[in-house]
Ligand binder design. Sequence first.
Ligand SMILES: NC(=O)c1ccc[n+]([C@@H]2O[C@H](COP(=O)([O-])OP(=O)(O)OC[C@H]3O[C@@H](n4cnc5c(N)ncnc54)[C@H](O)[C@@H]3O)[C@@H](O)[C@H]2O)c1
Length: 306
Amino acid sequence: MKVSIIGGGGRVGSCAAFALECAGLSSELQIIDANAEAAEGEALDLLHGSSAFAGQRIYTGCYKRAANSDIFVITAGLRRKPDESRLDLIGRNVALFRQILGSIREGGFKSDAIVLVVSNPVDILTYIASQEIGLPASQVMGLGTMLDTSRFRSLIAKELKVPSTQVNATILGEHGDSMFPVWSSASINGLPIKKELSPMVQSRIFERTKTSGAEVIKRKGGAGYAVGATIAQVIRAITLDTREILPVSSVQNGAYGLRDVAISVPTIVGRSGIVKHVEFELSPKESLALSNSAAELKKTIAKCSR
Ligand SMILES: NC(=O)c1ccc[n+]([C@@H]2O[C@H](COP(=O)([O-])OP(=O)(O)OC[C@H]3O[C@@H](n4cnc5c(N)ncnc54)[C@H](O)[C@@H]3O)[C@@H](O)[C@H]2O)c1
């Protein structure tokens, strides 16, 4: 299994590469980055550690060399300039992303390749990739609310003093301001959480989840380890064909009445990519939050369409 990481010279891409190396999930890793020196440096550093894990082949190279990848992970992105609006940044990132899609197409790809989009705005870029890359929509997914869900679980675990691996609780919707928590089905190993946490504590935990990204950026410049870990979680589902249910983002084809938007809903992920969207029951408040989130994303998609 070969994974190519475009943007792998940066923080998120290199953390994802390290998580994949530690987990021994791929035999080959290719690091691509506009900053060739950074790509070389990361590939070399990773390669120096591979004998401790699975002896992976790790190298840099061009898009042509990446054509035999089973999975393309796109983490390349631009950071906001001082005084730049969110929409202007979106415009610059969309232009850069379209260049990258063009380079992947030119270099070539296997007909069963999977594209995993991580760069922000992740739902918008997942929609664009799905429309423009030339693969079936089921082979294109975004990281969506995977990181938000992982943050949410860690905060619930801390509050209830249980291991985070036993927390089953999910964030759905946009990876952004309109994301929402699914408290109605949240559990600790099957035991309902809702009654254990007062509405005030629930709202404190969700607020902290939502502002975690900004908190990490303020303290250390940007998220790395946690996002790398959740990227590895998605790649494990693909490589091992686990068919687990993950809140990845993908273009919707009818679940919860949603169409023509990439957004996170419970999704079965396996070797073929998006196996199925699963329509679990949501409370009326959660259903409304999902349709509001989709409406917000559709507005931005309309602004980015050519
Ligand atoms: N989806 C999520 O949950 C999530 C979480 C954290 C960060 N992100 C996003 O991931 C992206 C990367 O964040 P980061 O902290 O790693 O930034 P970073 O600046 O550390 O890394 C970005 C890398 O992209 C490279 N790059 C820029 N243009 C390129 C191009 N045309 N081709 C190839 N490489 C190119 C840069 O050289 C750099 O190495 C951002 O868009 C960020 O918002 C997403």
